[in-house]
Design a protein around this ligand. Sequence first.
Ligand SMILES: Cc1cc2nc3c(=O)[nH]c(=O)nc-3n(C[C@H](O)[C@H](O)[C@H](O)COP(=O)(O)OP(=O)(O)OC[C@H]3O[C@@H](n4cnc5c(N)ncnc54)[C@H](O)[C@@H]3O)c2cc1C
Length: 425
Amino acid sequence: MSDRSADAVVVGAGVIGSAIAFELARAGRSVVVVDRLGGPGHGSTSASSAIVRFNYSTWAGVALSWEAKHCWEGWREHLGAPDGEALARFHRTGLVMLDVDAAPKAPTLALFDRAGVPYDIWSPAELATRIPGIDPGRYWPPKRLADEQFWDPPNGSLGAFFTPDAGYVDDPRLAAANLMAAAQRNGARLLTHRAVSAVRRSGDRVTGVELGGVDRIDAPVVVNAAGPWSGAFNSLAGVDGDFTVSVRPLRQEVHQVPAGLPSDAEPVVADLDLGIYTRPAPGGALLVGGTEPACDPLQWLENPDDASPEPTGDVFTAQVTRAARRRPDLAVPNRPRGIVGVYDVTDDWTPIYDRTALDGFYVAIGTSGNQFKNAPVVGRLMAQLIESGGTSTEYVGEHTGLRFDLTAFARNRPVNEASTHTVLG
Ligand SMILES: Cc1cc2nc3c(=O)[nH]c(=O)nc-3n(C[C@H](O)[C@H](O)[C@H](O)COP(=O)(O)OP(=O)(O)OC[C@H]3O[C@@H](n4cnc5c(N)ncnc54)[C@H](O)[C@@H]3O)c2cc1C
């Protein structure tokens, strides 16, 4: 057995684990990151649509995402990366959230006012002018393609609100690699193609991890940043007994279709009315993802590794045809093109950033398809929590000065009833 030791082991080199490793290393801790895959961001991060937006159902969600946007805008400074290092890039396209009764805008806009997030309110006519080719019709509720009412004419028209500072990051895997490179510049070590197979403990304290029963790493701090595998890893560690919110892996497809758009000419569109979102993509294409409309069955998984990796004709046709209702000039290709990813979903689609009942064992999990954007700040708040021995209860944004309560992300919180119970959180 070859022994190693560190101040902290981070399990998972996705965008979340890489950000935590960076901040812990920057604070002077010796850190080892372990990932069963081949490199940073090769897990669910690689499938991310990487949209940066600020509409969440809680104050903590809005304040966290607004703070994180400033990190993406100054990404090289955030990382302390040398000139010449290739970095992921934030594209500020803005985001339009179409009005739907299921997610009323008043509470969101009140949170924007409090945080200082700029926005405009658009009438249906303004929506049609600002995004040429968009149909502002109201089609609610979202329907399956086989439903004969799918092709019904609109039953009204929709306004929207627009946040000009939103956008997307063009390469989520590279963003994770950037964070890991920054961690390594600060002394962190990365072990790839190694799975953590057991958690070592002494009484109520964690003492390290085992890798395949051959190696072990001794450490007083272990962080579960295992993404969709996090529930299994919590069970392995035996720490999930006092959680009031559970995590489950959910298979998702995001499709890519040619749209002939000039680069970044259009904002991201969050369209709960039809059950989709769209995002500009390189080469004039459009990404089309789903927002878990009630009519579509959710593809829950026992094990994230069971997710079949190819997009299916059914989901592709449903999502892209919905997008074509919103944009009548969009052609629906007859062969699916896109990617499959897995969300790590909590009961209220709000993540868990917390300590656990096992001293020294922390979790940054349940990211519910909506935490890529927040990763740079999640690294910081987790490092603060760990430095405090798990007692810290408030975070203050370095860029915005906004304060939010970390208990909003606690493992034993009441379920967030204000959640949309969709990827919007
Ligand atoms: C299709 C899709 C679209 C999305 N779109 C957006 C979006 O537009 N905006 C947004 O903000 N968020 C979005 N998200 C969510 C965001 O991408 C995730 O919240 C984020 O990437 C999760 O990162 P992670 O580090 O927690 O997980 P991962 O990237 O999955 O990393 C976890 C890592 O842990 C490793 N691991 C697991 N178990 C072990 C073990 N026992 N030993 C060693 N290693 C282990 C895995 O190999 C993996 O690399 C999307 C997600 C998906 C899937």
